[in-house]
Design a protein around this ligand. Structure first.
Ligand SMILES: [Zn+2]
Length: 138
């Protein structure tokens, strides 16, 4: 175990561009296990604060089904599972408050447990990810 930990440290510090500190994600909404309404045209309120000690680069949102309680390995998904992917450019900001309703869950998708993933990358390429459990209900 000690060897594995040392290897990971070596990989994360291998960049030679100065900024080796990952950006931070403070996701306040949706909350853990929050129930989101399927077919609500207003969309899902997402609120978070992103910051980096040097400069932010971009962030990415992803929603996918967690009906199988997976651990982020490859899997096949059913046709009516809701999924969402979008990437945002936030370069030029050292810290930024994000608040929008871009995630709209269309009527007809499968109810159940989903993951909301947030990936934030700083200008130097360091990435932080947060996974939040959410529940979609009609
Ligand atoms: Zn997942």
């Amino acid at each position: 175990m000690a060897f594995v930990a040392m290897s990971l440290t070596a990989i994360s510090c291998s960049k030679d561009d100065g900024d080796t500190t990952k950006p931070s994600i403070n996701l306040s909404t949706p909350a853990h296990d929050q129930v989101l309404k399927i077919g609500d045209p207003a969309g899902v309120l997402l609120e978070m604060d992103l910051s980096d000690d040097v400069m932010l680069g971009s962030y990415k949102l992803e929603v996918h089904s967690n009906a199988d309680h997976h651990e982020h390995s490859l899997k096949s998904e059913g046709n009516t599972d809701f999924s969402f992917h979008k990437e945002y450019d936030i370069s030029g900001n050292k810290s930024i408050h994000i608040s929008h309703n871009d995630i709209v869950i269309p009527a007809g998708v499968t109810e159940g447990e989903y993951h909301l993933m947030v990936y934030c990358t700083d200008a130097a390429g360091n990435e932080t990810q947060v996974a939040r459990d959410i529940i979609l209900r009609n």
